[in-house]
Design a protein. Structure first.
Length: 255
């Protein structure tokens, strides 16, 4: 069931989204060679504390997970696509990092992700990140009243495929509101004009994930959470929480 939010509820989601935006900005600024992923998790956790917000990630346990998620950020490095568990790993020059983060404030949830390179970047990594951001922008541009979920999926997939990148099969965005994962699913590839019609008051987490090697194949790491590329190539992930409104898409996690 898809819940249509009131304008007041969307304003409340924006407040949660701004906590997410502040945390991701703080994590990006703190990231550097020698900084551990656990230290980045603590940076984000402090933003939650300062805002009086909770984490929809910490303790989350979907059916596939062997243990509850133990952190407030997902930190995925290099060939990790999504769902990386923060560890004591210290970032190295040239690492490609994806940070996914959510916040719950006043009963509403925001969810967003960024990818960036630590230290000296490889041109190929910069192109991967830039393409992921273009795919997100294309998906948001298609998130308008009168379009359908398939239009968002097609816009994202077109950017990814034209650049020669892979799209992890079965993973994409989702509805969001009082819970982090709500209906409807938002695939990262699909046919235009298909799927659920977009209506004022819908809230979606739109999140392209790209694999540099061009394949769609991945596997779960030994921790049961982290998804890694099968070919060992790098991956990137970006995400915004977006409201569908009569005035056009409203990015609730805008930084």
């Amino acid at each position: 069931m898809v819940e249509l939010k009131t304008d007041t509820s969307l304003d409340a989601m924006y407040e949660a989204g701004q906590v997410v935006a502040r945390a991701l900005t703080a994590v990006r600024e703190a990231a550097g060679v020698g900084v551990s992923l656990l230290e980045l998790d603590e940076v984000a956790h402090q933003v939650l504390r300062d805002a009086g917000a909770g984490s929809p990630f910490l303790g989350y346990r979907p059916s596939f997970a062997p243990v509850p998620f133990p952190a407030v950020i997902c930190a995925s490095v290099n060939d990790a696509i999504v769902h990386g568990i923060p560890t004591g790993y210290r970032l190295r020059d040239g690492d490609l990092v994806s940070i996914d983060f959510g916040a719950e404030l006043g009963g509403w949830v925001g969810d967003s992700a960024i990818s960036f390179v630590v230290g000296t970047p490889r041109p190929a990594d910069l192109h991967l990140v830039e393409t992921t951001e273009r795919a997100l922008a294309a998906g948001i541009e298609a998130a308008v009243v009168g379009n359908r979920i398939g239009d968002i999926a097609h816009a994202i997939g077109t950017v990814c495929r034209e650049a020669g990148y892979g799209i992890p099969d079965g993973f994409g965005g989702h509805g969001i509101g009082r819970r982090m994962h709500e209906d409807p699913p938002v695939p990262n590839e699909g046919r235009p004009g298909r799927g659920l019609p977009l209506r004022h008051g819908m809230a979606l987490a739109i999140e392209p994930m790209l694999i540099a090697g061009g394949t769609d194949e991945y596997h779960a790491a030994a921790d049961g959470w982290t998804l890694r590329t099968n070919d060992g190539t790098r991956a990137a992930h970006t995400e915004h929480t977006v409201a569908i409104t009569d005035a056009g898409p409203r990015i609730l996690t805008a930084r």
